[in-house]
Design a protein around this ligand. Sequence first.
Ligand SMILES: C[S@@+](CC[C@H](N)C(=O)[O-])C[C@H]1O[C@@H](n2cnc3c(N)ncnc32)[C@H](O)[C@@H]1O
Length: 600
Amino acid sequence: MTGKYDNLTQAQLIDLLEKRDRTKKLGLVWERDEIAADAAVDENFVACEIVPHLSDKAAPWGNMVIEGDNFDALRWLRMTHAGAVKCIYIDPPYNTGNKDWVYNDAYVDKEDRYRHSTWLEFLYRRLALARDLLAEDGVLLVSISDEQRAKLEMLLDEVLPGMRLGSFVWRTKDSSNDADRNLSSVHEHVLAYAKPSFSFLGYLLDDKKYRHDDHDGRGRYSLDPITKAHDYLDRENTYYPIQDPATEWWYPCSPDSVWRFATKDRVKPGQKLRSPTIEALIADRRIHFSAADFVIFDTMEDLLHAIENRTGPVDGNGRQLLRADLPDIEFWVSRKIGIGRPSKKSYWNEKDITIKPVSTYILGTKEPKHEDFYELVSEKQGKATGEIQEIFGRRAFPNPKPVSLLKSLVAVSARNDDIVLDFFAGSATTAQAVMQLNEEDGGERRFIMVSSTEETTDDPTKNLCRDITAERIRRLNASTDPKYDGLVAGFAYLRTKEIKFEDLDYDLTPADAWTALEALHSLPLTQHDPSQSWNVHETDATTLVLVDRFDPALIDWLKPRGRKNLFVYAWAPGQIVAALEGMQIDILPVRDTLVRKFQQ
Ligand SMILES: C[S@@+](CC[C@H](N)C(=O)[O-])C[C@H]1O[C@@H](n2cnc3c(N)ncnc32)[C@H](O)[C@@H]1O
């Protein structure tokens, strides 16, 4: 019998062993070599051109919708936005095999042997680019189904080592019907990976309960109970009567829930206390007594009678505070007993934490609470389809995410003027969420939506980006429905185009360069004016100049300007440098700068 290695030479065997040694032992492995190369090969430069008639509202445009394969769009963005994006959200195709994903111009179907490997390789290449876009305090949030979660998480661990934060779970529907297994799968995940300086913004603590004020300079306070869940047998030392020094009325301790604070008479010598004694709190006017009314029982008989008839003093839940069997029952005869419970003043100004952390678990409940995350519970997938139907008058897009999910995620990840990127934008739910949040809090967050056309050889005229992604934002901008009042987001509609490096001299237009340079300098986009010898974009922070043709007037224009925040680009800097006659202004080469940034 011959084995499968018998015919190999020693050199071939060594080769095989070395290859095996190089192979990864732990982690996610997929068949990279077997997959047809991504149509977007790495050898080309990518430019983006503005399509004015598909853009919306007047320039300058703070937001972008980019039409094209996101691999190209991400390569362009890596040139213009490296380290500049605060929040990236993506909802990639889940690779169900049900026509949810076009790769190299065709849907990847269930029978494809390399379906999972292709999906992993596809995402790997895009995530590796996306990583470079994240700001130092940036976060990447990725939606995924339960079924694909494990694979994607391992992939993300590989692309973003050490950046894993955790995951959110949200409820997508009320019930599902896998009746055979009696399992109702009604949730999805959002995986969170972040740079070291990122932290969620959290929710402001609700300050509504801090509504009392003594006008003594200490500010607003809330009234908090001073009891804890131990009975008097368990915590003898904190079972004692409290007296209000102002009225001299006495307040009984509940035998079922004793005081949270010690009394100085029962503190043992050397005993360390975590909080002040009740006497110290009273002296500091931090205990609130109701001081509304009192009762008095002149004899033990009266008192016992009241206890028996349940007319004695009660706690907030109506439970009797005094009982015949209590050790201090005699104490309460002939004393003024205050009605109501003492409470402690907690001052808003003294709280060190006014932010509540974000919950990673979004639990289903029939009663949506006020906090954003809990609201999601009622905002399920079905509702998201309704949102699309409302805007388009039809179910224009399958399986969009609910706006509230995106709103919640963006609200806790991106501050007022941050950039939010979604490079699997689909129906642009993320853009609507950004628009709504900005409208609600006056923020100026900007978005970049990237979407493919989804054109295939079978459907060559399909353009999802133009007709759904951008169209949703256009419709929101134009809507007169009061529901969308105040939602406005002008955007530049960009289209990616690949240019071979050797053709850059001819095919990279001044307009392409202008767009890339504006983006690179964090300026809102404008249209390039070819009739001008040089184009200028000037803001308080930056002056960007692109010189297309040498013109002596440029030198006069430049002379009075300082170098500070001035960026002058030219196709052929030499002529300008000579004309500047030693003036200290840097003239940067357009092509080299862009290519260097593109390739870094
Ligand atoms: C699951 S959907 C995203 C839905 C989106 N979250 C929403 O709420 O509408 C994924 C989207 O990614 C797009 N897509 C898939 N491959 C892409 C690629 N290579 N480049 C750009 N977009 C792509 C698909 O066209 C699809 O619209």
